[in-house]
Write a protein that binds this ligand. Structure first.
Ligand SMILES: [Zn+2]
Ligand SMILES: [Zn+2]
Length: 350
């Protein structure tokens, strides 16, 4: 039986193992992909480190890690129609059921029964992966493998930045210097934001934000974020706030920084309940509060493809590491190091 290498969570404890396992067979509604590039996400780090979230969330061990990838279709199930052998694909990582009220009304990204690749089913940190046809996304052949791999977090950034009236001509404060915040910076720049503030805690990542088009990078240890933005916006605040960190202090500042009548987009996930001044923060300011999860299927993917294929958006500053799949431990070590001097780490198959 043909075999492949895969990074597998084998025990309900920290770590993962590189194993040789059988190449999976696609079900009638699935395709088999030869993975070219796959990237490490915060979710993978949670699972690798086996924190409280992973302990409560992960059902199946052993399970192959990973959900972000690009690759070539090498086999299709008997019912697959839209995808063919040889197609260069990535995939939406949230697998919808196809029959709940949201799925039936164009909101598959908030399906009642979402399953997530590499979380609920075997993922793509491997030489091959099986992917349901419903989430396959055909890439523009001009897009490099490593860029095609990061479209999932890039899609979060595109959806968050453009949802709720766009960003053209608007000032924006982006809280969080992780990959999604950095991608959002580039999306805001490419989409005509007037002035971009990026707020973070990591000097290395804030320098990437600068390359992605931030006008102001604010290190939370060095500046009073609220006072700084207030001064630069003539006391008004920014038109748009993208909260992409989930940190309680950032959420509090973000509600203060958004101008009256502005847009507050919530994406970062707090690790515990947050308190906020509901009356003054939302109601009396008359803000639009937008929750973002996943990516719109497939409007966001079309937008992402167009940003990349037009080269209007250069994501290369965010992709800081390209290493072989076998060196996955090194990737997790970099992400877990206190300095965390990285953006996206892409794992490549030969
Ligand atoms: Zn991801
Ligand atoms: Zn559904």
């Amino acid at each position: 039986m043909a075999e492949m290498k895969a990074v597998v969570k084998t025990k309900r404890e920290k770590g993962a193992e590189l194993l040789t396992i059988p190449i999976p067979k696609p079900a009638p509604n699935e395709v088999l992909v030869k993975v070219k590039a796959t990237s490490i996400c915060g979710t993978d780090v949670h699972i690798y480190n086996w924190d409280g979230w992973a302990e409560g969330r992960i059902q199946n061990v052993p399970q192959t890690l990973g959900h972000e990838f690009s690759g070539e279709v090498v086999e299709v199930g008997s019912l697959v129609k839209r995808v063919k052998v040889g197609d260069f694909i990535s995939s939406e990582t949230h697998i919808p059921c196809g029959h709940c009220p949201q799925c039936l009304t164009g909101q598959m990204h908030i399906c009642n029964e979402l399953k997530i690749l590499g979380v609920d089913i075997n993922g793509c940190f491997a030489e091959y992966a099986v992917i349901p046809e419903i989430v396959c996304w055909k890439n523009d052949p001009s897009i490099p493998f490593e860029y095609a791999s990061i479209q999932e977090p890039l899609g979060n950034a595109v959806y968050a930045t453009l949802e709720g009236g766009g960003i053209n001509g608007h000032s924006v404060a982006i809280f969080g210097d992780g990959p999604t915040g950095l991608f959002a910076t580039g999306v805001a720049r490419a989409s005509g934001a007037s002035e971009i503030f990026v707020i973070g805690k990591n000097k290395f990542k804030l320098q990437i934000a600068k390359k992605m088009g931030a006008d102001h990078i604010l290190h939370t240890d060095e500046v009073n974020v609220y006072e700084y933005i207030k001064e630069k916006t003539h006391g008004v605040g920014t038109d748009v706030v993208l909260e992409m960190s989930g940190a309680a202090v950032a959420i509090e500042n973000a509600f203060k920084v958004v101008r009256r009548g502005g847009r507050y987009t919530a994406f970062g996930i707090p690790s515990r309940d947050v308190t906020l001044d509901y009356a003054n923060g939302i109601i009396f300011k008359g803000i639009n509060l937008i929750g973002i999860t996943g990516r719109k299927m497939f409007q966001t993917w079309i937008e992402v493809r167009n940003f990349l294929s037009s080269k209007r958006l250069d994501v290369s500053p965010v992709i800081t590491h390209k290493i072989p799949l076998e060196d996955y431990k090194k990737g997790f070590d970099i992400l877990n190091s206190p300095e965390s001097e990285c953006g996206k780490i892409v794992l490549l198959n030969k």
